[in-house]
Design a protein around this ligand. Sequence first.
Ligand code: C2O
Ligand code: CU
Ligand code: CU
Length: 471
Amino acid sequence: MFRPSRPGRLVALIAAILIGTAPGSAAVTPAEALVAPAFSRSLIIPKVLTGANITLTAKVANVQILPGATTRMWTYNGTFPGPTIRRPTGQTTTVTLINSLPAAAGELTLHNHGNHSTADSDGQPDSLLAAPGGGSVTYTYTGKEAGGNERGALQWYHDHRMNVTGRNVWMGLAGMYIIDDPADPQTLPKGVFDVPLMITDRSFTSTNQLNYQFNANGVIGNRILLNGVPQPYFNVGDRKYRFRILNASNSRSYELALSNGQAFTQIGTESGLLPAPVRRTRITIAPAERVDVVIDFAGRLNQKIVLQNLAATGSLSQLMQFRVTRDLTETSSIPSRLRALPMLDTTSAASRTFVFGRTRFGGIWTINGQPFDPARIDVQPKLDTTETWTFVNKSGANHVIHIHDVDQQLVSRNGVAPKAYERMKESWDLGIGETVVLKLKFTDNLGTFVFHCHILEHEDAAMMAQFEVLP
Ligand code: C2O
Ligand code: CU
Ligand code: CU
């Protein structure tokens, strides 16, 4: 059974669906907030925390997002995005979440997305919660995986509370988390040339406040923010930069391109570096996906290059502007081999199929016909075995399916062998009618983990299931 966190929520949800509010309708605001001219503010790089013991306090803060009035947000440590956590692989990190939000926000839980966390530290949606009024939970991340260190990657942390993740993330509860790995090539751009970029969309009221109207089809914003700034510019030198790009939007996908037609060199995904770099001129990035790219500004001194979003028009198609203002010496290079994929067993201990659908009446999203129930375990893989999971989208809408705990390797998409840039990931864009076949090996961690659609309103409207890893 679907369990509303508050009475009446299910009814409201069904009503919203029956009224037939289409995706994007929540973006319509009665009065438009002020728009600054494009590329008038500099990109902000979120503060970086590197300590072994980190505290994230969820609290209200007034953040300058648009010109004029500040926006009242739910933040980690007072900023949006939250601080970037940056830790060496193989070392233990604790993150303590303190819930200092108003009581109306309810209990919180923090998920380190992409991390190989134990079940107790995974940010379960309906247990081990931080109560309002200063309640706290400490999560411990070992940095270890499958007998070695966890792979270097751009991860991110965000609230994961059942039924309200979409609202909570929209209000501001998200930040980036980088694992640095000495086993990755060390010649890639580093330091100030290694830039994390969080893309989100939001809608604002005429007084610059966040406008969130739940819609089970997904909530789309009418402003796009890069690290919390609408259409920023970023001064660069004429050399290579690494951009670790995260789509932290609730439901919007982007198609990234550069205005001068130049290619990105993609070096990584959610699961760390690719076996070899791949040149791409267009990159689709769905919610929760990451692409790790290098852009080479060599020979472009004094040029302005726009990072575009070809999936939209008007100001929504102009994400940010690179201004090549400095003559710099190149100190980096991209090796032709980056990082081999881990070997998985060739035989599978089990093959399972998950069909993504929707209930006939009420429109609740389902996996194998069932809405999420935290009390139900859907499948029970065995520790240290490899399984084959097939995802089939029969719902008539796009989904992005994310599996917690371990990375997955793609066997095929619609019967075709994987593209070089999507061989290993943990969030899978699953278009209407598409089928993906994945292999995954359950290492180290026993216990219960979720998998779900990362269009956050689909997740909140019950498109989530659980697996329990048994000895
Ligand atoms: Cu980013 Cu289960 O989530
Ligand atoms: Cu996750
Ligand atoms: Cu979905």
